[in-house]
Design a protein around this ligand. Structure first.
Ligand SMILES: [Zn+2]
Length: 250
């Protein structure tokens, strides 16, 4: 399910689901994923914020592992408080061993979400957020393309992937090295341009996450990391402290 789509095959003319009007109901739109030839139709129009695009025709479904064909990536911005979202803090909170910080909220007179809403916190929420907007859009003043490396944003990462970034990755070739306690992924999914080394110091966490990724090696694997050069061309590495940094999209 996608929150946006394109009117044209070249993916230049974007349409957001909450902009769709009655006349759009019978129009076929293009999936944001260039590799995917799904034909998308708007469901629940009337400018409804819960409207979304679905591939309703059996012959034009999303391709396997299309990130826009998965309901688990759905992001309903009404459920979150954008004004309290600070990207770097959110990622730093995933890069530690502790449980998510207490539910205490900072009262804000500028809150834009529903009462009780909090900013996107867990990786799956932040990933869904990234997939529900185009990479040139901003959320809480931060460009989506600067949060996530995926096939849409690859052009922004011509020198590599550094700092706090989410990667949309997949398994390609050798997956792990038990001696080094490392797991290997590639991103973006289609171009497989970069290799990412997940580096563990905790044996138990290494084994658990390695197995989970191995068992889902045909799926989209999303990792939050603080990436730096591994010393090898087009290879980047980050410490992985726990499961909060890993989301498997299935
Ligand atoms: Zn698709």
């Amino acid at each position: 399910m996608a929150k946006y789509a394109y009117r044209d095959k070249d993916r230049k003319n974007i349409i957001y689901s909450d902009e769709a009007i009655e006349v759009d109901r019978n129009t076929a739109f293009f999936c944001p994923n260039h590799m995917c030839n799904a034909k998308l139709y708007i469901c629940a129009v009337d400018g409804s914020k819960s409207a979304y695009f679905r591939a309703t025709k059996p012959n034009f479904k999303h391709i396997k592992n299309c990130p826009f064909g998965n309901s688990s990536t759905e992001f309903d911005s009404n459920n979150y408080d954008e004004s309290q979202f600070v990207y770097e803090d959110a990622i730093n909170n995933l890069l530690c061993n502790t449980k998510p910080s207490s539910q205490k909220r900072t009262p804000s007179v500028h809150g834009t979400g529903e009462p009780g809403a909090h900013p996107p916190r867990i990786l799956r929420q932040i990933y869904s957020l990234c997939k529900s907007f185009s990479v040139g859009n901003t959320y809480a003043g931060k460009e989506i393309g600067s949060m996530i490396l995926d096939d849409r944003s690859e052009y922004r990462y011509s020198k590599g992937c550094f700092g706090n970034r989410i990667i949309e990755a997949t398994v390609d070739g050798r997956l792990y090295n038990d001696e080094k306690k490392e797991v290997y992924l590639v991103s973006p999914i289609n171009s497989k341009k970069y290799t990412f080394i997940l580096s563990f110091s905790d044996e138990d966490k290494y084994k658990k996450i390695r197995s989970e990724i191995y068992n889902n090696r045909d799926k989209i694997i999303v990792i939050a990391g603080k990436w730096e050069s591994s010393g090898e061309y087009n290879k980047f590495t980050s410490k992985v402290y726990g499961a909060k940094q890993v989301a498997i999209i299935k």
